[in-house]
Design a protein around this ligand. Structure first.
Ligand code: PAF
Length: 289
């Protein structure tokens, strides 16, 4: 097992990628903020299915955190991340500092509408997607990959990035990767470390309630009732719900009444100071009765 090369500068990253390109090799990018877990490893594995070379970026992007969010306490352990990426077979790690990404006088951002203003995460984190889209646009321009892989866990983020890549004609295929879950259903997330023992015990119920609602909608039950009952059971387990919604899986527009295909249930809920988000496809199933 060899450790992947670590590049701290865009120039160094581009030189490494140019070498691969000269040899005719395809390149995939997996953008991360570090604090890696099995979900990230699965992104590297999926990237590898698309390209001979896999670059993983590790950068805790300050511009996607608002002043009251967890930027300073966001978990960081680069040595551990690097060991995991060596094990996962990444070829290179891009680990810039903030000055490399945001040079003196930085003044340009990506302006968003569409899925970024769908009324989900954006209602609670109004500046978040502008920060995400701008840093992802930079990472895509810096590495010019054939493919970039993002987890479906941050489903609205994935929709925003797909839309941006399409709208700005970025020559990259955006690949969404299935959510990796703990045994009890809790979606893997770097922020799960914030959950205390009692919170962790209850957090799996978020998945169960969401999955139950999606199944009922797929079976033809009234979505309003299914989501309301699911929300009640999530609250009974000690969460405060920010939203639980049924949306078009591609545009994130609200689902039209009577529609059952191409839909997604998305949820965000807080337990103590920790905010969890999750989502699931509505399964297409045969109507009951
Ligand atoms: O999903 C994340 O970890 C981040 O939002 C991303 C895409 C790496 C941008 O900072």
């Amino acid at each position: 097992m060899t450790h992947p090369a670590v590049h701290k500068t865009v120039t160094g990253l581009r030189a490494a990628i140019a070498g691969w390109r000269a040899a005719g090799e395809k390149v995939a990018l997996v953008p991360t903020m570090g604090a890696l877990h099995a979900g990230h490893v699965s992104l590297v594995e999926i990237a590898r299915q698309h390209a001979r070379r896999v670059v993983v970026s590790v950068f805790v992007n300050p511009t996607q955190f608002s002043a009251d969010e967890d930027f300073s306490r966001y978990p960081r352990d680069f040595d551990r991340d690097l060991a995991m990426l060596a094990e996962a077979g990444a070829d290179a790690v891009f680990h810039p500092d903030a000055a490399e990404m945001y040079p003196e006088g930085f003044a340009t951002t990506v302006s968003l509408a569409g899925p970024a203003t769908a009324g989900l995460e954006d209602r609670f984190r109004p500046t978040h997607f502008q920060g995400v889209a701008t840093v992802v646009a930079k990472l895509l321009i810096q590495s010019a990959p054939d493919v970039a892989v993002f987890g479906e866990k941050d489903y609205q983020q994935l929709a925003v990035i797909r839309r941006m890549a399409r709208d700005l004609d970025l020559p990259v295929a955006i690949v969404g990767a299935p959510i990796v879950r703990e045994k009890d259903g809790l979606a893997m997330s770097s922020r799960n470390v914030y959950l205390d023992e009692r919170q962790r015990k209850f957090s799996g119920t978020l998945y169960m309630a969401m999955e139950w609602a999606a199944r009922r909608v797929g079976e033809g039950d009234d979505p309003v009732v299914a989501l309301r009952e699911s929300a009640a059971s999530i609250c009974a387990d000690g969460f405060q719900i920010d939203y639980i919604e049924l949306r078009d899986a591609a545009t994130l527009a609200p689902a039209e009444p009577g529609r059952r295909e191409g839909l997604r249930v998305l949820v965000a809920a807080r337990m103590g100071k920790t905010r969890l988000i999750d989502n699931i496809a509505v399964p297409v199933s045969v109507k009951k009765g």
